[in-house]
Design a binder for this molecule. Structure first.
Ligand code: FAD
Ligand code: ZN
Length: 470
């Protein structure tokens, strides 16, 4: 749809001279996402600095039926933040103040546009820890993290973004500011309304600030890169380690040999930390307060895993530099995969016990469709969440392979569904999986989602066409 000149003029006056841009050069980086899969257009970029300003702008959009797409750091992977229908773009990045930090109360109040890494740093300076951590943390915003209910590498121990929220401030579709910005640990006064906005990808309201839970700062950290026999052995190892440490394992990432090969081939200054190649690896981390025994406990348990044949080798980080080098291997997988040509990706979860069977069945199905497609399944095994990716077969051109995307995804997602899994474990639906999800959710569930959307956004102005169609 075209936004009329009158509406644009009204929004510009309300935004003030610093609060908008029509400069195509300034708008351009906001129109394409990280993978280059979606390209949008927008006549106007709004850049409010306060919740009150967001409120005024959204009220105008609602009154004039002007669709608007909220955007944080533009690192989303399902096209949710891209204005695909020529909508007005609402960047939250100037709402970037930390409003409060209560070290004893273990909470921090941050505005939506604060970069995730800045929240982590603020917490650290106060001798506290904000555990949400993902490879995009240097550019994604907390508003985007909450709107997508982001996951990352510490979900196993600390939960996903949703679990870290005590309170929210949200601008509703009609412009009202809903103040749920409480830092209470206990509050059973009716419906937990903040949950509606967490993971709703900007379709039900615009998050302007959040009160977040902090954790104690880990004083000891054990990081190990472990060669395992296979995913089944890895799951046994996780059980063993969690039992022995009393639940102190915070990250448990599965890495297949091919991913390590890609990384060491394409990413400078990376190396295989172990001597003998293994078909599968796990990068794991355990953390606790001042606990010198943690390393010892993990090493002892690892010794037992070696005896049982679950593990064939393990390298422990002996310094922060070594720890960072191990994490670089994991965090460079997506980047390295780009250098191997096109890839078809899935972000799926199944019950953790079913991961090995899912991997076997899923790989076989894709091999039947595209012989030679190279499976690169990696990720958050501790959460049953696998980035089930395939690289183009050697000798096949990218376009031919990518033309099979829908067919391959359909086969993979059907198998995920057989295991009662999810076709979007942490990235959301956006536009990429909006229609696909209708195949797997019940009529009742989809119907209720639509009812919520119609109730909270009757004029369908908030990120229309994302998550559900109404
Ligand atoms: P954007 O991309 O700007 O927006 C994402 C969605 O939220 C859009 O629908 C947008 O409309 C909406 N939105 C943004 N801000 C607001 C707001 N204030 N109010 C209402 N709606 C809003 N994700 C994971 O979960 N785990 C990972 O491990 C992970 N790793 C990644 C690694 C890389 C290299 C990259 C590029 C991405 C990764 N992601 C991961 C995806 C992405 O980083 C997350 O989805 C992140 O939470 C998005 O934050 P953002 O600020 O960039 O949001
Ligand atoms: Zn991930």
């Amino acid at each position: 749809m075209t936004v009329t000149a009158d509406v644009i003029a009204r929004l510009k006056v309300a935004a003030g001279p610093k609060g908008f841009s029509e400069d195509p050069q300034e708008i351009a980086p906001h129109l394409t996402e990280w993978r280059g899969k979606y390209h949008g257009t927008s006549p106007l970029l709004l850049k409010p600095q306060t919740a009150a300003e967001v409120s005024v702008l959204i009220a105008i959009c609602n009154e004039t039926r002007t669709p608007v797409v909220p955007q944080g750091g533009n690192t989303g992977l399902v096209g949710g933040q891209i204005p695909l229908g020529g909508e007005v773009l609402l960047s939250l990045s100037r709402l970037n103040r930390i409003r409060a930090l209560d070290a004893d109360g273990m909470s921090i109040v941050a505005e939506a546009g604060v970069i995730l890494a800045d929240i982590q740093r603020k917490a650290d300076e106060a001798e506290r820890y904000f555990p949400l951590s993902l490879a995009a943390e240097g550019s994604c915003t907390i508003g985007g993290n909450l709107s997508t209910n982001a996951g990352g590498v510490n979900v196993l121990r600390y939960g996903s973004a949703r679990d870290l929220v005590l309170g929210l401030e949200v601008v509703l579709a009609d412009g009202r500011v809903l103040d749920l910005l409480r830092t209470l640990r206990k509050d059973n006064t009716g419906y937990d309304l903040k949950q509606l906005f967490l993971g709703s990808e900007g379709t039900l309201g615009v998050i302007t600030a959040a009160a977040l839970k902090l954790s104690p700062k880990p004083r000891s950290r054990v990081t190990a890169f472990v060669a395992v026999r296979g995913p089944e052995a890895a799951i046994e190892l996780l059980s063993l380690l969690n039992g022995e440490t009393g639940g102190l394992i915070s990250a448990f990432e599965l890495i297949p040999r091919i991913a390590l090969d890609f990384v060491t081939a394409h990413i400078p200054q990376t190396y295989d930390p172990l001597h003998v190649p293994s078909p599968w690896y796990v990068l794991l981390e355990a953390t606790s307060g001042s606990n010198d025994a943690l390393q010892h406990v993990v090493e002892e348990a690892m010794g037992r895993a070696l005896e049982r044949g679950l593990v064939s080798d393990a390298g422990f980080a002996a310094s922060d530099a070594q720890r960072e080098a191990l994490w670089r291997l994991r965090e460079s997988i997506s980047e390295a995969q780009k250098s191997e040509g096109a890839s078809i990706k899935h972000d799926v979860s199944v019950p953790i016990k079913d991961v090995p069977a899912f991997l076997e069945k899923g790989c076989a199905a894709v091999e039947r469709l595209v012989p030679g497609a190279r499976p690169v399944p990696f990720g958050h095994l501790g959460d049953g969440n696998i980035h089930f990716n395939f690289s183009v077969p050697k000798g096949t051109d990218d376009a031919t392979f990518l033309a099979r995307w829908d067919e391959i995804s359909r086969a993979v997602h059907d198998i995920v569904h057989e295991f009662h899994g999810s076709i979007s474990a942490e990235h959301g639906l956006g536009v990429q999986k909006r229609d696909e999800i209708a195949r797997y959710k019940s009529v009742a569930e989809l119907g209720l989602m639509r009812t919520l959307k119609r109730t909270l956004d009757p004029n369908n102005i908030l990120n229309p066409g994302k998550v559900v169609t109404v």
